[in-house]
Design a protein around this ligand. Structure first.
Ligand code: SF4
Length: 435
């Protein structure tokens, strides 16, 4: 069971945080359900982006710059920008849907010394590269095609896959996790992001920072939702499914919420394996040592390592961490068949993100020490809510008007759906030919 007392709380803060989130553009070559960005500004200039990197360096003490968007791979000055970030001695991570990847582009990314990449793929994207894959587990075939293409050209790239979690795919997670572990040679991990959107429902109105009521709907803000049952999946639900896929999975660290004491907004787990088997996971002590040592020697905290694998050296952490010790003993047993000593040790990370939650009393629970905060107009704003700044000049405040709680509103919507289904079934039966 997930318990904060068993995990390490990342020591990240607003001014000391490994991630420098920089959006190069708000243009994308597809649309994903739950995307936080509307196309309002287009590609940023190189000068604007350089300014953002220097801002992140000065005020965030970052270890990497995460290129987000929009789709970074279609940004026209991508390689000049990566060269600039590298010249600032920062790692570069790209968040992409992968569609623009070609062998030529991968070769260029290799030459540019890209550190790591997360490719987001899920069933609700309209992707031209699908080959009949429909479900999120089916999409592992597509993930595998990309992973193998990248591995052939750029085997050192740390490649993870991002997936938005809906009720539609929650139960596919165990199989998806098993696929990832089987393919540890090509894939370094997953990031599972629970679907969230600004709820548009009876009894909630939104106020801008001047106190004026604003109309919030799909046409005004891209990330609104009336699928209330979809935005209630929590980290513990995802944790249970990951455990079903890999019983030895345990997260080592977390970030909580800004408004609640018991939410898990971010969790990070690192599995240790070889030959498609998992021996265990890093525990909180190991994660604390990694973060502290990195900060001591590199002066910043860390989120993406430089290397895909640390070999058997990882077991040294077992001197301090009982979870790693357990993994080491299992590895020794595994190696009773001596040829297994030649299998390459691998690490496989699994991150989860439970983005903002709006509570029935009007509080919005953000991620504590938000790692994905971004630059906007001389200040830092949560990237998941940046469009509120771009459209309304600041964060919107929810006012709860109705007497009903969100749970009651949801229950009545479920009743409405059931009634509609029953009516449809009745109509179909009435229209069916009789014997
Ligand atoms: S609060 Fe920050 S870390 Fe959390 S979802 Fe929003 S941008 Fe990402």
């Amino acid at each position: 069971m997930l318990a904060k007392k068993d995990l390490y709380r990342f020591p990240w803060s607003l001014n000391d945080n490994p991630i420098g989130w920089v959006e190069v553009s708000d243009i994308c070559n597809i649309h994903c359900k739950g995307c936080y960005r509307s196309t309002l500004g287009g590609h940023k200039t190189l000068d604007e982006l350089k300014k953002e990197v220097l801002f992140m360096k000065e005020w965030r003490n970052v270890d990497n710059i995460t290129l987000a968007g929009g789709e970074p791979l279609i940004y026209p000055h991508l390689f000049e920008f990566i060269a600039f970030i590298r010249s600032q001695k920062l790692k570069v991570h790209i968040l992409s849907n992968g569609l623009a990847l070609t062998p030529e582009l991968i070769t260029k990314l290799k030459k540019a010394k890209l550190n790591s990449m997360t490719i987001h793929m899920d069933r609700n994207q309209k992707r031209a590269d699908r080959d009949g894959e429909k479900t999120d587990f089916d999409l592992c075939a597509l993930r595998e095609r990309y992973a193998k293409m990248i591995h052939k050209i750029f085997p050192k790239l740390i490649l993870t896959f991002g997936l938005t979690i809906y009720n539609q795919n929650l139960d596919e997670l165990p199989e998806i996790v098993r696929w990832g572990i089987r393919n540890m040679k090509y894939v370094s991990g997953f990031v599972f992001i629970m679907y969230r959107g600004v709820p548009i429902e009876e009894g909630v109105e939104y106020i801008d920072n001047k106190g004026a009521k604003v109309k919030v709907d799909v046409d005004s803000l891209g990330y609104t939702t009336d699928e209330l049952a979809e935005i209630n999946i929590e980290t513990k639900d995802v944790y249970d499914r990951i455990k079903q896929g890999c019983a030895r999975y345990e997260p080592a660290a977390y970030l909580g919420g800004t408004m609640t004491h018991d939410s898990f907004k971010w969790t990070a787990g690192v599995l240790i394996g070889a030959g498609g088997r998992v021996f265990g996971a890093l525990g909180p002590k190991a994660m604390e040592i990694i973060q502290s040592m990195h900060h001591m020697f590199s002066k910043s905290y860390m989120v993406y390592s430089k290397k895909k694998s640390f070999g058997r050296r990882i077991f040294f952490l077992g001197l301090f961490d009982k979870h790693v010790r357990r993994a080491f003993f299992r590895y020794l047993v595994h190696c009773l068949l001596p040829w297994r000593l030649f299998q390459r040790m691998r690490i496989f990370s699994i991150g989860t993100v439970q983005a903002p939650d709006l509570y029935p009393d009007g509080r919005t629970d953000m991620c504590d020490a938000c790692p994905d905060i971004t630059y906007w107009d001389g200040k830092l704003v949560h990237s998941c809510r940046l469009d509120e700044w771009r459209l309304f000049g600041g964060y919107l405040q929810a006012h709860m008007l109705g007497k009903r709680t969100r749970e009651e509103v949801m229950a009545s919507k479920v009743e409405e759906l059931k009634a509609a289904e029953t009516a449809m079934a009745g109509e179909a039966e009435a229209g069916a030919p009789r014997d």
